[in-house]
Design a protein around this ligand. Sequence first.
Ligand code: FAD
Length: 391
Amino acid sequence: QTPLLESDFYRFQEQLTDQERASLGKLREYLERDVAPIADEYWARAEFPKQVIAPLAELGMYGPGVPLVRQFENSAVYRGWAALELGRIDAGVATFIGVQSGLAMNSIAVAGSDEQQREWLPRMASGEIVGAFGLTEPLSGSDSARGLRTTARRDGDTWVLNGSKRWIGNATFADVVVIWAKDVADGQVKGFLVTSDTAGFTATKIEDKIALRSVQNADITLEDVRVPESRRLQHADSFRSTATVLRLTRTEVAWQAVGISVGAYEAALRYARERVQFGKPIASHQLIQDLLVKSLANITASIALCTQASALQDQGLGGDEHSAMAKAFATARMRETVGWCREVQGGNGIVLEKGVARFFADAEAIYSYEGTREVNTLIVGRAVTGQAAFV
Ligand code: FAD
């Protein structure tokens, strides 16, 4: 039997099937052996470790929720735990998968025709093709579903795209980017599979980030980019298609945030046991125990919420408000937790080598992407009051 994660204090992983636990065990083994030792160095150089792409495909991490390509039948709760295990070791790698599998592949699975799914998804599941998801724009972030300025104009059998995108993860080396644009004829948001070799498409890396440094985020410009009708996602006909994708991925980002908290907590606990002050390990000081226990309580409460958010998805009962609350809650708890864990390490908490600093920094990006805390709060607020407070 695959061992439970030690920080799974209330033994939630016992709810998974043996096959799911075995798969998580293999993932954990790979991440601890091959990713943990290189994560800081790639983070510091702001490079993505591309050598992880193929092994993660073998571990079934691209499209585990898509029946056409998944390695075995599994639950959303299992997929959440996979996001946690990834976040626990490297939020950059977890984000790469969140984009490839969660955003890009799910867009095709949710809104692509059968033919489009068969054309793209197997090659993305094998890691042969890297995908990206282009929704956010320089002038449109939280309001991107409604406020998109990128345009799509139909010209016979092709579409002509013009506009710009910002923050697009994986986009400096992705083979295909799902570009969301407004059809000038009917004003509706449509999705297009744009290959990066298309004339008029450019992706420029965003430099000097202080969080998720290994993730390659890009500014994209689209100048008269021509895309055949066969590459328009056939079932995406309004901004609701993007909401459907984000409902799935937001819950996984919430799980990923718990993983970041776990990574920071484990490093803080190790440090507290070793570091001696006033003649004894700081782990034996009451106030340090308070920081550690509060961190573990945040982790545990977040796992409980995420487990139920994913279980609702499995039952077909998960709404936008459930994934939004999970994301807002888990990321707020993460931000608190990584701060406490950094505090446990004192001055050493700000150097990468001691194991908390990278999680502390990366938490800032995860707090804001896939809907900020404010916007996810307003999604829940709309559900409970019946009043939309966005504008
Ligand atoms: P803004 O929308 O400008 O918000 C600024 C502030 O105002 C926030 O605090 C926000 O909560 C607040 N605010 C906005 N509206 C309201 C309101 N109505 N009420 C109260 N407060 C409000 N996008 C993609 O499409 N693809 C990607 O792959 C991708 N990857 C990303 C990776 C990283 C590392 C980052 C940082 C971002 C990424 N994003 C991506 C974009 C991300 O989704 C946006 O940053 C996010 O949606 C917020 O938009 P914004 O940054 O433009 O902030």
